[in-house]
Ligand binder design. Structure first.
Ligand code: ZN
Length: 307
């Protein structure tokens, strides 16, 4: 009798442990798409930077929940995700990235959010080779310019790539995604016309920038970046680089340097004072605006400065 009740007790413990393991197994199921959609009723996606998150929100509309990983005010070149941000990615199914060295910090996030797929949105984009004198000596493998999202034409391609990925992940809503794409691409055509019109009245086309983000934009709209202050983001230029910038500024009669909200102006100040330059702020990641407003703002700023 005593032995029997001991056996019953043991059996009960075994059953409880088995039940516990089954529950744990369900709770820790990998974040496949069914789970990612089940919790919110929406497909959970994320993007490394705000412009791509905004495009994904425009295409995905009511059927997606989009997180952006780079916080306001941070530069993608120097950012490191916090453990909390990594935890927030649990349940995300798809992560859109720029690639080409801009947002390599996406990898630890995705490694943690098991089941998430990372997709660089660069398919069919013609990458711009960085001129030899504009390559980051800290990143010798980086031979192309990663800032390809900064033209409306490339934004159309990126939006197409996002649409393809959403349609594949969530085929039930692919007609809605296609229709959102069509109307968004129309807005991007209007944006292109707006920028061309804004820049039609400028009297000089040479620019000096704080960092190397505007090559695609310059190529698309007939501008010329004659110098860049910080070729390695976060690192001050050498005396030789400063001397080169001085002579470029004189040669092209440059009156303005274009900085960014994500960069520190402290190191820029002596150079700006020496040449009596104006400082204007361009925004490549649109801290508090969607992509189209951000690009309008940038075109307005360049247009006013080069008039
Ligand atoms: Zn950049």
């Amino acid at each position: 009798m005593k032995k029997n009740s001991w056996l019953i007790g043991l059996a009960a413990v075994v059953v409880l442990i088995a039940a516990y393991l089954i529950i744990i197994n369900f709770a820790h199921k990998p974040n496949d798409l069914s789970q990612a959609t089940a919790e919110t009723g929406k497909l959970r996606i994320a993007a490394s930077i705000n412009p791509i998150a905004d495009m994904a929100a425009q295409i995905g509309g009511q059927f997606v929940k989009v997180d952006v990983i780079l916080p306001p005010g941070a530069s993608p070149h120097t950012f490191e995700p916090t453990p909390q941000q990594i935890r927030n990615m649990q349940g995300v199914a798809l992560v859109f990235a720029i690639g080409h060295g801009l947002d390599d910090w996406i990898q630890p996030i995705v490694d943690n959010a098991s089941g998430a797929t990372v997709l660089a949105v660069d398919k069919d984009i013609k990458m711009r080779e960085l001129p030899l004198n504009q390559r980051d000596e800290d990143e010798p493998d980086q031979t192309v310019d990663p800032h390809y999202w900064l033209t409306p034409a490339n934004a159309k391609t990126i939006s197409q790539n996002i649409t393809d990925a959403l349609s594949q992940a969530d085929p039930a809503h692919k007609d809605a995604y296609a229709s959102n794409l069509a109307s968004y691409q129309k807005q991007l055509d209007d944006l292109d016309a707006y920028i061309k019109n804004k820049l039609s009245g400028i009297t000089s086309r040479e620019m000096i920038t704080h960092h190397n983000a505007w090559g695609y934009f310059a190529d698309a709209y007939g501008l010329q970046i004659v110098g860049t202050f910080e070729i390695s983001p976060g690192r001050e230029p050498t005396p030789q680089q400063i001397a080169d910038l001085h002579s470029k500024a004189k040669e092209f009669n440059v009156k303005t340097i274009f900085s960014e909200p994500q960069l520190s102006d402290a190191s820029l100040r002596p150079f700006v004072q020496d040449l009596s330059l104006n400082v204007k702020i361009l925004d490549p990641v649109g801290t508090n605006m969607g992509y189209i407003d951000m690009m309008r703002y940038n075109a307005d700023t360049i247009s006013k400065a080069l008039r």
